[in-house]
Every structure is written in structure tokens, then in C-alpha cells.
Design a protein. Structure first.
Length: 114
């Protein structure tokens, strides 16, 4: 299993970023996918999840209305569109899948600062 995140960077408050996660090594369309984040000195927290077919999504209260999770099962990709970014969104963002064994990507840094 291989998960590779991309798309992080530095953005000003109120700005937008789009994260991508390329998945390989498993039957991607059979599994729910999640995005987590971890800020310095804080525990890793669940940001958003999406079911295998993309029918159902869930978000942390802190990102509802600002972030959108989506997936493309033809491309084995999962995305996180982040709008209205705030300094408190600064964190390393991780792609995750639980196949009975938990797999994480290497993470991509998102920094929201003026």
C-alpha cells in the first residue's frame, strides 16, 4: 500500500489549497478514505472522510463548510479542497486508509500565515 500526498504549501488567511492523495497497492474503490492533520504539539485529528463509492462524507466541525473531500476511483485519487483557510488550519495533512491494517501517507505541510 502506498499513499502519496501533494499540494501543500504556504497560503494567506482566507486563501485556498487543494490537496491530493495518490493511492496504490490495494483495491482503492473498495475502501473509505480519510484525511487527518497534526499541528505542532497537538494530537493527530480526523479532518474528513469519504465512503468507498464517494456517496457519504463527513467532516470535523472545525472545517465544515470550508473543506470538501472527494475521490476519483478511476484514478485512485482522493482530494481535499480547502477554502477559507485559517491560521489554525496549519498542520501536516495525512491521507489514511484502514484495511484492517492502518496505512498513512508521508504527509504534506499546510501553513496558513500572513
Amino acid at each position: 500500500v502506498h499513499l502519496v500526498e501533494s499540494g501543500g504549501g504556504l497560503v494567506q488567511p482566507g486563501g485556498s489549497l487543494s490537496l491530493s492523495c495518490a493511492a496504490s497497492g490495494f483495491s482503492f474503490s473498495s475502501y473509505a478514505m480519510r484525511w487527518y492533520r497534526q499541528a505542532p504539539g497537538k494530537e493527530r485529528e480526523l479532518v474528513a472522510s469519504i465512503t468507498s463509492a464517494g456517496i457519504s462524507v463527513n467532516y470535523a466541525d472545525s472545517v465544515k463548510g470550508r473543506f470538501t473531500i472527494s475521490r476519483d476511483n478511476r484514478k485512485n485519487m482522493v482530494y481535499l479542497q480547502m477554502n477559507g483557510l485559517k491560521p489554525e488550519d496549519t498542520a501536516v495533512y495525512y491521507c489514511f486508509v484502514d484495511r484492517g491494517v492502518k496505512y498513512w501517507g508521508q504527509g504534506t505541510q499546510v501553513t496558513v500565515s500572513s
